[in-house]
Design a protein. Structure first.
Length: 145
């Protein structure tokens, strides 16, 4: 099973991936981790896409995506999970990454990008702080059996 978890920064994608990893015994890739597979980016993308295609009915792989261009690496048959959060939650979490100082340009960038994944096709929509991660894990565990 291949699960693509995607959304803006600081929405809870990695938290969900960590929880799922334990529930379904999955390997997790994040962003450009696929670059470790080959010496150049084009070959690495091709190898990673092949790995994901082979995993559709085999091993469990979770791919955490925060750049829209990486959505195209998900093969048909992947389970696509959109993770969203309120803009103020995103800003608070991002400020934490920046030692409590969210600069005006970063805040403006977050505001511009907010909702950028919302129209992407998805099978499950997780709303940070509202959707039970345990429920998502149970749903996916039942699919993998």
């Amino acid at each position: 099973m291949v699960i693509g978890i995607f959304g803006e920064s600081c929405t809870g994608k990695s938290t969900l991936a960590d929880k799922l990893k334990e529930s379904i015994n999955a390997q997790v890739y994040t962003g450009k981790d696929y670059l470790r597979l080959e010496k150049n980016e084009a070959a690495a993308k091709q190898s990673f896409r092949k790995k994901l295609c082979e995993a559709i009915n085999g091993e469990n792989i979770i791919y955490v995506i925060s750049e829209k261009e990486h959505l195209q690496l998900l093969p048909d048959g992947s389970i696509r999970i959109l993770v969203t959060a309120d803009l103020e939650i995103i800003k608070t979490r991002f400020a934490g990454r920046m030692h409590g100082n969210l600069t005006a340009p970063v805040a403006a960038m977050l505001e511009r990008n907010h909702g950028s994944f919302d129209m992407e096709p998805h099978d499950i929509h997780v709303i940070s702080g509202q959707t039970s991660l345990d429920d998502v894990c149970r749903m996916l565990t039942s699919r993998s059996l």
